[in-house]
Design a protein around this ligand. Structure first.
Ligand SMILES: [Cu+2]
Length: 314
């Protein structure tokens, strides 16, 4: 009996060492870029995707550059360092290898190092992070420059002042869009049920396709004023890098400038009730000419006629 127990203890000590060293080499064998096996696309998630959707705005460029560049390297190095430290302590200072424990309780140098190093790490993360946040919060005036994918620059991407303002109102369970510069151009956007989707928009994804898309022109700064009619919702489109709360009685502002035509989906991102998952946002980015024709059609003939003039998504 005694023999079995000591054998088991021995085995578990060995297993611990093996486990610890395995965990230590995993990050080295699989750099994070190799973990993403599915190529991301812009506008919607694809099966098996682990990273972000592709970016089509300078804000999302800066979010991706900050995440993949500064953050990922920082946390990967910390994980590797802590894992190696842990493995070393398990091997070197277990009861068998180190039967008489040291009585050391304080070490001034070590204590200073483990206080100062995390502060330095936080500052390195905070500086570009605040820059990215400030970009998101500041509507372009035509003069301010934006970080784009160089989060350590002081701004190198020029952005025109808003050419279009849209008011988006979160409603249980739709988004109401109002093109405030165009009289009469306002409509509600509801998710299509699966039957409706298969009948009307078979090439668009389930739970994301809506009856009437939010149509905007390409290469134009769009100011989005966001509010809600009932409870708190949140207006978010991942490929644009925007996510802002829609609060009743309050007007929040965000902006985007999409550089590529196409359709970009988002979802309500604040738990707002039973159909929270079923109030998607579909933004259709079209050429400036198509937008001008579309918005004129909305004003003259209504949203249904205008939606019919846009080619179906292939
Ligand atoms: Cu909602």
């Amino acid at each position: 009996m005694q023999y079995i127990f000591s054998h088991l203890a021995n085995l578990s000590a060995k297993a611990k060492t093996v486990l610890a060293s395995t965990f230590a080499i995993i990050p080295a064998l699989f750099p994070f870029s190799a973990l993403a096996q599915t190529e991301p696309v812009a506008g919607q998630a694809v099966n098996g995707q682990t990273g972000f959707q592709l970016s089509v705005t300078p804000i999302m460029d800066s979010i991706i550059a900050f995440h993949d560049g500064v953050l990922m390297w920082t946390i990967t190095l910390i994980v590797i360092f802590v894992t190696i430290l842990l493995a070393y302590i398990i091997v070197r200072y277990n009861k068998r290898a180190n039967p008489i424990a040291s009585k050391t309780t304080h070490n001034v140098l070590v204590e200073i190092v483990w206080t100062v190093v995390p502060i330095v790490i936080l500052i390195v993360i905070a500086v570009p992070s605040f820059g990215v946040l400030a970009d998101q919060q500041t509507i372009p005036d035509g003069e301010r420059k934006y970080l784009g994918s160089n989060v350590f620059s002081f701004g190198e991407v020029e952005m025109p002042a808003p050419g279009l303002t849209i008011k988006a109102t979160g409603v249980q369970w739709s988004w109401d869009y109002d093109y405030v510069d165009y009289d009469g151009a306002d409509f509600s956007s509801f998710m299509l049920s699966n039957e409706e989707r298969l009948a009307q928009k078979p090439n668009e994804p389930r739970l994301l396709a809506v009856d009437f898309d939010l149509v905007v022109p390409v290469d134009t700064t769009v100011r989005v004023q966001v509010t809600a009619a009932d409870v708190i919702h949140s207006f978010a489109v991942p490929s644009f890098g925007i996510k802002i709360d829609a609060v009743p009685g309050r007007l929040n502002e965000t902006w985007f400038n999409a550089r590529k035509t196409g359709i970009y989906y988002g979802q309500c991102s604040e738990l707002c009730g039973k159909d929270h998952a079923f109030m998607p946002i579909a933004v259709r980015v079209v050429s400036k000419e198509v937008f001008a024709a579309w918005v004129a059609k909305v004003q003259s003939d209504g949203i249904e006629e205008a939606a019919a003039m846009l080619p179906p998504i292939s």
